[in-house]
Design a protein around this ligand. Structure first.
Ligand SMILES: Cc1ncc(COP(=O)(O)O)c(C=O)c1O
Length: 396
């Protein structure tokens, strides 16, 4: 067996399952799950319709590169959404089976294991980055994101000798778990470092379409590159997804877009990995990327839930509206795992302890003391859960 498998950490939801295993929550209170970031709003009918209309295409093997129609619809969406002058659907876009597999596979493509290899990532973070780095033979290098540093990755905290070993940097903007969006100044610093030290940037943007002010969509990595005169997206690959944008996590549809030279190698890797997207899923994805009305409506639903739930949660926990994404990142008044365990035991509401999303480094676990509350359930459930959290929090 591959010995690196033993280095993989248990997934946060496995740890949560063990944490809650001994609980017998009150049966009178229906269970409300706000732990997992799984969208619960209805998948738009236009996706079902396109998917079923395309079922006859199942008789064909799909290409790893996907259809022209799919890459063109993604490129057109990217150009519209991020104001990109030109993005070439032939060389700068590849469809992927959800951003998760692509974020993992990307490290396997980029990392050169014949020399020292480090992969930089935020802490707390989406755990795939860590597993991807470990199985690529690289050492994860965690940058703590805490309220003290404004939840940003402090790239300036890494010295030149360490940067010389960095081959890949994962950034997540809007961030999971806190929803923070990287600024243009941070992008500039990161691009400058990438040019100097030769690493590749993987920009995880799967929450880019969940935000609260229609006039202020979050800045994307490709958009930042163009704004800084990097029209060819050197060293940058952005990861997008329909899962959260279009409430279709089961469709398994996303894309990578950016530096054509890097994507050529990624396509080569993927040909062997065998992750071509089903032709019917491709057709449904074309319909989804071409429509914006359902995405606007989706945002309206989230904004309403945040408007109702945030002040309730704030009655007991310190938290604020995120810039984007669908999580409240809230300070727990007691140990975060104990908070989550007792909240479930007494109120039948499940949230995720922040320490399960982060690693201890230099005596600091930047997720500990926080809980992540995913406002994914329906409005009535989210409001009911917020009331229960407020009451429980006040009782501590
Ligand atoms: C930060 C982040 N990146 C990527 C993903 C993967 O999303 P998908 O594979 O559905 O595109 C998730 C899913 O929860 C996530 O939270």
């Amino acid at each position: 067996m591959n010995p690196d498998l033993a280095r993989l950490q248990p997934y946060p939801f496995e740890r949560l399952r063990l944490l809650l295993a001994g609980n017998t929550p009150p049966a009178a209170l229906p269970h409300i799950n706000l732990s997992i970031g799984e969208p619960k709003h209805a998948t738009p009918k236009l996706i079902f319709d396109a998917l079923t209309a395309a079922l006859p295409t199942l008789s064909n093997y799909p290409l790893t590169l996907g259809t022209d129609a799919l890459r063109e619809s993604i490129a057109a969406w990217l150009a519209r959404r991020f104001g990109l002058g030109a993005i070439d659907p032939a060389t700068q876009v590849i469809p992927v089976a959800g951003s998760r597999e692509a974020l993992f596979a990307f490290a396997q493509t980029v990392v050169d294991r014949t020399r020292a290899a480090r992969v930089v990532m935020p802490n707390p973070f989406y755990q795939i980055y860590e597993g991807a780095a470990l199985l690529a033979g690289a050492a994860p290098l965690f940058l703590p994101c805490t309220p003290d540093n404004g939840l940003r990755m402090d790239f300036g905290s890494i010295d030149a000798a360490t940067w010389s070993e960095v081959q890949l940097v994962y950034v997540c903007s809007p961030g999971n778990p806190h929803g923070r969006v990287m600024t243009l100044a941070e992008w500039k610093q990161l691009f400058d470092l990438a040019d100097r030290h030769g690493f590749v940037i993987a920009s995880d943007e799967c929450y880019s379409e969940v935000y609260f002010d229609e006039s202020r969509p979050p800045l994307g990595g490709l958009q930042a590159a163009v704004a800084l005169g990097r029209d060819r997206f050197d060293r940058l690959v952005a990861f997008g997804s329909l899962s959260k944008r279009s409430n279709a996590p089961g469709l398994r549809s996303g894309f990578v877009a950016g530096d054509a030279a890097v994507l050529r190698q990624f396509l080569h890797y993927r040909t062997y990995h065998g992750t071509a997207m089903s032709p019917a899923v491709q057709a449904a994805s074309v319909a989804a990327w071409r429509d914006e009305a359902h995405v606007v409506e989706n945002r309206r639903l989230y904004a309403e839930k945040f408007r109702l739930a945030t002040p309730l949660v704030q009655q007991a926990l310190q938290t604020s509206m995120p810039e984007a994404a669908f999580y409240l990142w809230a300070r727990a008044p007691i140990d975060d795992a104990e908070f989550a365990r007792r909240l479930h035991a007494q109120c039948n509401v499940t949230v995720l302890p922040g320490s399960f999303l982060s690693r201890m480094r230099d005596g600091l676990n930047p997720g500990s003391g926080f809980v992540r509350i995913a406002l994914v359930a329906g409005q009535a459930e989210v409001v009911e859960a917020a009331h229960r959290i407020a009451e429980f929090g006040r009782s501590l």
